[in-house]
Design a protein around this ligand. Structure first.
Ligand code: SF4
Ligand code: SF4
Length: 163
């Protein structure tokens, strides 16, 4: 390549590069100083599937059928069905229900699989912890989360009315 051509290409790339830098300096950053600043989450953001309480009966809808457990791709749900100690027969509710959020993909498949409308996806954005074992939520914790979070219906992508 000739010398004038080389000089021209060098100057051109310097001008274009500095123009990009100048434009980015003038642009408002999209990053925030979390956790001092809280970002706005888009409508329909979801963070955790939880067990919900039937507002009419006051009990959970879960019958311990195990469909969500079998549907979950990473296998983060574990259910132990309740047993009547007198008759030794199984009862239609979970003695233990555990969801390991450290493996959860928030894919919503468990909510869709549940035939009893016993699960709901919530928009609780701040569940981070230093101990991974703290992301294993038990039945009572899932119910507590349900009471505090806002449910998201994925099909409509919209928050549901407040509880
Ligand atoms: S949202 Fe998906 S990954 Fe998470 S528990 Fe449900 S099925 Fe499993
Ligand atoms: S699919 Fe629904 S009813 Fe069946 S175990 Fe899961 S949460 Fe309970």
């Amino acid at each position: 390549m000739s010398l004038p051509r080389t000089v021209w290409n060098t100057v051109k790339s310097l001008v274009v590069g500095h123009a990009v830098t100048a434009r980015e300096i003038a642009t408002r950053p999209i990053t925030v100083f979390y956790p001092e600043e809280k970002p706005e989450f888009p409508t329909g953001s979801r963070s955790v599937p939880v067990l919900k309480v039937n507002e009419e009966s006051g009990y959970i809808n879960c019958t311990s059928c195990g469909l969500c457990e079998r549907t979950c791709p990473p296998g983060c749900i574990e259910i132990t069905q309740a047993v009547d100690p007198a008759t030794n027969k199984k009862k239609p509710w979970p003695h233990l229900y555990t969801l390991d959020l450290s493996h959860c993909m928030v894919c919503n498949l468990c909510v869709e699989a549940c035939p009893f409308d016993a699960l709901e996806m919530l928009d609780v954005p701040e569940l981070a912890t230093y101990q991974v074992q703290d992301l294993k939520f038990h039945k009572e914790q899932l119910l507590d989360l349900w009471k505090t979070g806002k449910a998201i219906r994925i099909a409509e992508g919209q928050p549901m009315p407040s509880k």
